[in-house]
Design a protein. Sequence first.
Length: 91
Amino acid sequence: MNTITLAIVLMSGYLYVINSVSTRYIFKRSQGWNAYFYVAVWGVMFTLLSWLLCSFLSVFGFFRWLCNFLLVQNFVEPGSINRFYPLSTEE
């Protein structure tokens, strides 16, 4: 699992570095381990940013509101949500 997480972090950093003009210039000038660490730093930054965003949305109940909204508007069937998120009514 740690290897998959590391691969996702490095791939997200690499995709950003390749597609951003200013970071691509720095990446092309770096060699060896410096290039790996440069990509890894961007990947870790995006991972931390996404973790903070998901934590913020979870604290304010956005995910629960979205789930209830989708159920009320019949965009999603109740059985499919129970398959992905098996929630129990018991406390």
